[in-house]
Ligand binder design. Sequence first.
Ligand SMILES: *[C@@H]1O[C@H](CO)[C@@H](O)[C@H](O)[C@H]1NC(C)=O
Ligand SMILES: *[C@@H]1O[C@H](CO)[C@@H](O)[C@H](O)[C@H]1NC(C)=O
Ligand SMILES: *[C@@H]1O[C@H](CO)[C@@H](O)[C@H](O)[C@H]1NC(C)=O
Length: 252
Amino acid sequence: MLKIYVLLVLSILLCSSLVISSDIEQRKVHLVDMSTNPLPNGNTNYLFRGNEPKIGGENGTTVFAYSELVDYLQNASSQVGVTLPENFYIFDIKLITGPLPSEIPDIELEANFFAANPELGEFATNQTVGDIIDPNFLSQTEIAKMVKSIYTWQKDDLPERMRMIHNMLNYYENDLPVVIYIHCECGCDRTGEIFASYVMRFKGQSFQEAMDWDYQIAGRPIEWPSQWASLWYCWYLYYIEDMAIDCSFVKP
Ligand SMILES: *[C@@H]1O[C@H](CO)[C@@H](O)[C@H](O)[C@H]1NC(C)=O
Ligand SMILES: *[C@@H]1O[C@H](CO)[C@@H](O)[C@H](O)[C@H]1NC(C)=O
Ligand SMILES: *[C@@H]1O[C@H](CO)[C@@H](O)[C@H](O)[C@H]1NC(C)=O
């Protein structure tokens, strides 16, 4: 059994490291939530999902896509009837697997950009690897028992992660309104896991609705470990937080 897990983990790591990275894309950038009430300083904060904020520069170099990112954030907001303030501070969080050697160049790109431009924002990473067990293989009794101890075994600790993101959105005060931009490379799998969990917890969505949204943004099914982690979180919301959430799923 253990050997199978080790193999699974290795193949997941391998897959993620082979993912071909691409430039920032408008269709991956979405405004997901805003602070519920204005902060004490009167600002509103914003939560976005997206993909890697980079773009090819001259002579085969890669640069941080700051002006594209700002355009895409504004465009994504206006599509849902929200006007972003002209000036904002970006809290850029990259979801990483390792860091693996293949992830280091983009981590450095983002870290260096905000180190050189601290007035524009800051950068952090969050390790996000998904789960390797499909809850659908277990009985409801077993699922109900497993989610009681989710804090101890779920690597990504989605209950805690959701609290962190929601608190950041509602309590992080800066002179400027804060845009929290959470992304991975593709903006599909790890990002899909985090935002599926977020919309189930805070936006009243079912697991099916969250997955339909993720699949549509990715343009394909999202990777199993990411999907299973969100499904475990759905069952956690159902059994532990007593939310009347529907965790059933039919592949679209
Ligand atoms: C790209 O290469 C050309 C020709 O070698 C050079 O003139 C130019 O400065 C280079 N640009 C950058 C950004 O390095
Ligand atoms: C905004 O995004 C939509 C969807 O990707 C695109 O069709 C439109 O051209 C964009 N508008 C601007 C001003 O970039
Ligand atoms: C995610 O990043 C935030 C911001 O730096 C940090 O406070 C938090 O501890 C990180 N969580 C994980 C699991 O890495």
